[in-house]
Design a protein around this ligand. Structure first.
Ligand SMILES: Nc1ncnc2c1ncn2[C@@H]1O[C@H](COP(=O)(O)OP(=O)(O)OP(=O)(O)O)[C@@H](O)[C@H]1O
Ligand SMILES: [Mg+2]
Length: 222
């Protein structure tokens, strides 16, 4: 399957069942994720780990990797339970079970047989399909916003196209607005721009400014 910037996703069999196994890569190549925005609001209880993370030492990187895996499980479960179209995790939802998963996120394989569903960035769509895909994607972004959540990497690169439905993936960096209001708003604005820009290749001209306003309005008020 596709090798991304930070993780490789493998197709694995569990009996008859097909699962996707997302293995986080060696962290050398992933330091770009140290982007402060992604870490805002993440509470690291162990002071030594917090320090190691800051200094990006080897221990810090291993800790960071484990945190990404745990966060991806937790976020996937949260979204599944909210009824959003994401791959269902194959482990959990108990945190203790997810903690045993090591550096692998095991989840539902989105595809047919052994063929993964394409990303919206890679697929050719008719005008009607492109409209439908864009509408579903906007709906997803706004449903997240209403839950007080921002994806943080929302574009056609992280949206699969499966049987006419959009499936959202790649959620370890999902951010709760409540935990980091300013960063989350900035990330949400960035997501809106990424989404609209990445749909241009499908000749869909979304109104970024209108969507930005609607998305910010959709966030829960406290
Ligand atoms: N559950 C799944 N079923 C089928 N294919 C998947 C699944 N999860 C991921 N993929 C494929 O694997 C690719 C990489 O997955 P993902 O986007 O989660 O990681 P990544 O791209 O390495 O992360 P990032 O984009 O942040 O660098 C996806 O683009 C998609 O093609
Ligand atoms: Mg990705």
């Amino acid at each position: 399957m596709k090798g991304g910037k930070e993780a490789t996703v493998y197709l694995v069999g569990r009996g008859e069942e097909r699962l996707a196994a997302k293995v986080y890569a060696d962290l050398e190549s992933r330091s770009f994720r140290n982007d402060a925005g992604y870490w805002a609001g993440v509470y690291v209880p162990d002071r030594r780990v917090a320090k190691a993370l800051k200094q990006r030492s080897r221990v810090g990187q291993a800790a960071q990797q484990a945190i990404w895996v745990m966060r991806e499980y937790a976020n996937l479960w949260r979204l599944v339970e909210a009824g959003l179209p994401v791959p269902r995790p194959a482990i959990g939802p108990a945190v203790s079970e997810c903690a045993e998963a090591g550096s692998v996120v095991l989840m539902e394989f989105v595809g047919h047989g052994d063929t993964p569903a394409p990303r919206l960035s890679d697929v050719r769509l008719s005008a009607a399909e492109a409209e439908a895909a864009y509408r579903q994607s906007v709906d997803l972004l706004l449903r997240l916003a209403r839950l007080g959540l921002v994806h943080g990497d929302f574009s056609t690169y992280n949206l699969l196209w499966h049987d006419g439905r959009v499936v959202l993936i790649d959620v370890p960096q999902l951010l709760e607005v409540a935990s980091a209001a300013r960063q989350a708003r900035e990330l949400l604005e960035r997501d809106v721009v990424s989404l609209v820009t990445s749909f241009r290749r499908h000749r869909v001209e979304g109104d970024a400014e209108a969507l930005r306003r609607e998305a910010l309005r959709s966030l829960p008020r406290d």
